[in-house]
Design a binder for this molecule. Structure first.
Ligand code: SF4
Ligand code: FES
Length: 152
């Protein structure tokens, strides 16, 4: 098994890719809420203390697909070259709202977000809202709760 990394900068969004030679794991750091679900599910693949922190070659394509479906923020997705199929955790249909311990409020499933100014936006991907009050991207969570040891 082997892996390689591509880094693509699209507008302001950083997108990192890690392949196991078949499936490519796509990670969008800006969407990651550092919930650690990926590390819990596949510790041999995801290790924030190592570089690269994702070693896609340490798991099978099916293991990676199942784990990526559980990423709470849709920071992770995948594609297989030459195939139409791709996936991320946005595939869920039912809307669920959950409170992450010491972290954000997470809404999964399609919903309409109305701003204080009256603009509406349809969100089809899991969206994390800040509960700690310290995000620089309110109302969304930007992972700051981790660095301030938010406890609630
Ligand atoms: S949000 Fe997704 S990528 Fe980020 S730590 Fe959690 S499971 Fe991993
Ligand atoms: S809850 Fe994540 S930044 Fe506030």
């Amino acid at each position: 098994m082997h892996w390689f990394i591509n880094m693509v900068i699209m507008e302001k969004e950083i997108v990192k890719e890690y392949s196991n030679g078949d499936l490519t794991v796509v990670w969008k750091p800006k969407l990651c809420i550092h919930a650690g679900e990926c590390v819990k599910a596949l510790p041999e693949v995801y290790n924030p203390d190592e570089k690269p922190w994702i070693k896609a070659g340490k798991a099978t394509t099916e293991q990676l697909k199942s784990q990526i479906a559980l990423c709470p923020s849709a920071a992770l997705s995948w594609y297989v070259k030459g195939e139409k199929e791709s996936g991320d955790s946005a595939a869920r249909e039912q809307v669920t709202v959950s409170i992450k311990p010491n972290g954000p409020l997470l809404v999964k499933g399609g919903f309409t977000l109305e701003s204080a100014e009256g603009q509406s936006e349809f969100k089809k991907r899991p969206t994390a809202f800040c509960r700690c009050g310290k995000s620089s991207n309110k109302p969304f969570c930007d992972g700051t709760h981790n660095s301030i040891s938010f406890d609630n």
